[in-house]
Design a protein around this ligand. Structure first.
Ligand SMILES: [Zn+2]
Length: 369
């Protein structure tokens, strides 16, 4: 029989106050907790070194400080429950040694949210096993793909019809000089393979036409991201979201499109968050009295501007929500965000006041999960 070995969690800082209180500062979640302690608890903390097993700890405490074995065990349980200490995991059946080293910092971060370090490994594994479909490989779609690949996602499907133009080079992190004229999906695929040559990347070089049956494309994926603004984001999002809700697949409508350059976009978890149809209903209501006059200029040439930093903001915001959801780090039902917008001038981040519509024809009452 093997006995658990304990270590103090990497992401926890400990301080003593008046020799009576132990202050724990959880670096990743920025939480603080204070515990009233006795003198020997400090000695116990001093000998938890990531090498001694529980029996050895109990023996040292008994021999050197005359502490009863049950008392030492009780304190270890309380410290483990409060995420101050954790069992050392040397389990390569969850993740290979290579991946444990490659994602070491990230696993450490994930572990903060759980009492067991093993849960951090399992969260990383979930990310690595998820199959992600990205509609649109522009600046935001490409940035999302690259960030998720760096985080460990191994399986991507990339959907886009477009080729790279010269102006893309200033806004897209992964398009380099010499790639003009090539399909965006293929160039992005090469970039992702540079991040990790083990990735499985499928390219679909198509535009999203009304007659396109996307159900066959979507089924088989664990998460879908839409950044396609051709013909326009509202149309592609409605089409994609309907299929995703039908098959209970979470999806993300990313920001960064036309007039919303630093929009956060929104995660859509079927039957939990508002869906695209709920958002459409919200806008219909809030814009009810708005009757704009027809634009006086019949033919107007517009190439709406963009900034690589704003695309990265939208992409990074999306990735945090996507990673939270896939790994199960937090309960998304309580913590998901609706669409927000970062304002360039004063960096204010404001969120829409949109709620799930209980009578929504796509995700409302009476619609089967
Ligand atoms: Zn809805």
């Amino acid at each position: 029989m093997t006995y658990p070995i304990y270590k103090i969690k990497d992401s926890v800082d400990l301080f003593l106050s008046d020799e009576k209180y132990l202050m724990a500062y959880y670096m990743n979640t920025r939480q603080r907790k204070s515990f009233r302690i006795n003198e020997w608890t400090v000695h116990l903390l001093e000998i938890i070194d990531g090498e001694k097993n529980i029996n050895e700890l109990v023996k040292v405490m008994q021999d050197e400080y005359s502490v009863a074995p049950e008392d030492t065990k009780d304190v270890l349980i309380v410290m483990e429950k409060n995420r101050i200490i954790t069992k050392v995991e040397k389990d390569c059946s969850i993740l290979s040694q290579y991946d444990q080293e490659r994602y070491d910092r990230q696993i450490n971060y994930f572990s903060e949210f759980f009492s067991e370090d093993k849960a951090g490994l399992l969260a990383q594994k979930k990310l690595m096993q998820s199959r992600i479909l990205i509609f649109g490989c522009g600046a935001v779609g490409g940035d999302i793909a690259e960030e998720l690949a760096m985080a460990g996602v191994q399986n991507f499907t990339l959907f886009d019809f477009d080729t790279i133009e010269k102006s893309d080079l200033s806004r897209h992190m992964y398009y380099e000089k010499g790639t003009e004229g090539y399909a965006k999906t293929e160039v992005l695929k090469q970039r992702l393979l540079e991040v990790d040559s083990r990735l499985q990347v499928t390219c679909i070089n198509k535009s999203l036409k009304p007659e396109e049956n996307i159900e066959d494309i979507i089924i088989g994926h664990d998460f879908v991201i839409n950044t396609l603004d051709e013909p326009y984001i509202g149309y592609t999002s409605a089409k994609i979201s309907r299929v995703c809700v039908k098959h209970n697949i979470a999806h993300y409508i990313a920001g960064g499109f036309d007039a919303h350059l630093a929009s956060t976009g929104e995660i859509i978890i079927p039957f939990v968050t508002p869906c695209v149809e709920c958002y459409a209903g919200h806008f219909k209501k809030t814009l009810a009295g708005w009757k704009p006059k027809k634009h006086p200029v019949a033919h107007r040439y517009r190439d709406i501007g963009g900034l690589a930093s704003m695309s990265l903001f939208s992409a990074s915001f999306a990735c945090v929500e996507i990673i939270k959801y896939i790994t199960g780090l937090v309960d998304m039902e309580d913590s998901f965000k609706v669409r927000g917008e970062l304002l360039f001038n004063d960096l204010k981040l404001t969120y829409l006041n949109v709620e799930k519509n209980p009578n929504c024809p796509v995700c409302g009452k009476g619609i089967e999960k």
